[in-house]
Design a protein around this ligand. Structure first.
Ligand code: COA
Length: 250
C-alpha cells in the first residue's frame, strides 16, 4: 500500500497528512487505521503538544470512499471498526488539533473539523456533508456538535439539506478560524499549532478538556449515529446513490 497517510513529527507538533490525492483523499479503511493510530499515539507522547491535520492541495478530504460504502452495503455491514476507532480517537483526543483545509472537504472531511480546536481554510475551500442525499445520516457526533456550534437551523442546512459552506461562510458559522489564500493555509495552520505548543501544555490540555465537556456524551452520540448509519447503508436509496456516483459519466 502506498503511504496514504503521512505522519511526521517536528518538535512538539505532529503533522498527520491524508495522502491519496488522486482520489481527492477519500478515506479507505487502511487510512482510518493509520489516522487513528497517529492520533491515539500522540496522547501517549509527552513531547507532542499539538496535532496538525492536513490534506493535499485542492483536496482536504472527499469523505469516506464510496466504493467501500457500497461494499459495506452489499455485505450487510455498518461503518466498520476502523471508522468507529477513528471517530472515537477524534472524540477522545487530549492533544489539541489544528486543521489545514484546502479545496474539498466532504462528509467526514467536514465533520472531523468539529473536533478540531483551530481550523485554517483556504479561499475556495468547500465544506459539505451530503449525507442525507446519499441516503445516510450525519456521523462523527456532528448531529450533536454542529447544532451546538452554529445553532439548529444552520446545522440543518449543512447536515440535512446538504448546502455547502465556502470558507467565509464556514468562518461565519464558527467552524473555521481563519481564511487565507490557498498557498498560505499550511503556514498559517503551522503558526497556530506552534502558538498552541508554546503555551504551558498542562494548562492547555486542562482548558481544552473543560471546554469540550462530556467526552462520553460525544462518544455515545458517535455510536448512536453509527447504529442508524448501518441501517441507512443497507437501504436501497443509499446503494443507488453510491452506484450513481461510481458509474457517473464525467
Ligand atoms: N469515494 C471514492 N472515490 C472518490 C470519492 C469518494 N468519496 N471522491 C472522489 N473520488 C474519486 C473519483 O471517483 C475520481 O476517481 P477516478 O479519477 O478514478 O474517476 C477521483 O476521486 C477524482 O474525483 P472527481 O470527482 O473527478 O473530482 P472533482 O474535483 O470533480 O470532484 C468531489 C471532487 C469530492 C466534489 C467529488 O469527487 C465528489 O463529490 N465525491 C464524493 C464525495 C462524497 O460523497 N463523499 C462521501 C460523503 S459521506
Amino acid at each position: 500500500m502506498a503511504d496514504t497517510v503521512l505522519v511526521s513529527d517536528d518538535g512538539p507538533i505532529r503533522t498527520v497528512r491524508m495522502n491519496r490525492p488522486e482520489k481527492k483523499n477519500a478515506l479507505t479503511h487502511d487510512m482510518y487505521v493509520a489516522l487513528a493510530t497517529a492520533l491515539e499515539d500522540a496522547d501517549r507522547n509527552p513531547a507532542l503538544r499539538c496535532l496538525l491535520i492536513a490534506g493535499a492541495p485542492g483536496a482536504f478530504c472527499a469523505g469516506n470512499d464510496l466504493q467501500d460504502f457500497l461494499k459495506a452495503a452489499m455485505g450487510g455491514e455498518g461503518l466498520g471498526q476502523p471508522i468507529i476507532r477513528f471517530l472515537h480517537a477524534l472524540a477522545r483526543r487530549k492533544t489539541p488539533m489544528v486543521a489545514a483545509v484546502q479545496g474539498v472537504a466532504v462528509g467526514v472531511g467536514t465533520t472531523l473539523l468539529l473536533h478540531c480546536d483551530h481550523v485554517v481554510a483556504g479561499i475556495g475551500a468547500r465544506l459539505s456533508t451530503p449525507f442525507v442525499s446519499l441516503g445516510l445520516v450525519p456521523e462523527a457526533a456532528s448531529s450533536l456538535l454542529a447544532p451546538r456550534l452554529m445553532g439548529h437551523a444552520r446545522a440543518f442546512s449543512l447536515l440535512v439539506l446538504g448546502h455547502p459552506l465556502d470558507a467565509v461562510a464556514a468562518k461565519e458559522a464558527g467552524l473555521v478560524n481563519a481564511v487565507v489564500s490557498p498557498g498560505e493555509v499550511e503556514d498559517e495552520a503551522m503558526k497556530a499549532a506552534r502558538a498552541i505548543a508554546a503555551l504551558p501544555p498542562e494548562a492547555v490540555f486542562a482548558a481544552r478538556r473543560l471546554m469540550r465537556g462530556d467526552v462520553e456524551e460525544i462518544v455515545r452520540r458517535i455510536d448512536e449515529e453509527a447504529d442508524e448509519f448501518k441501517h441507512r447503508l443497507q437501504s436501497p436509496e443509499a446503494r443507488a446513490a453510491f452506484e450513481a456516483f461510481l458509474k457517473r459519466k464525467k
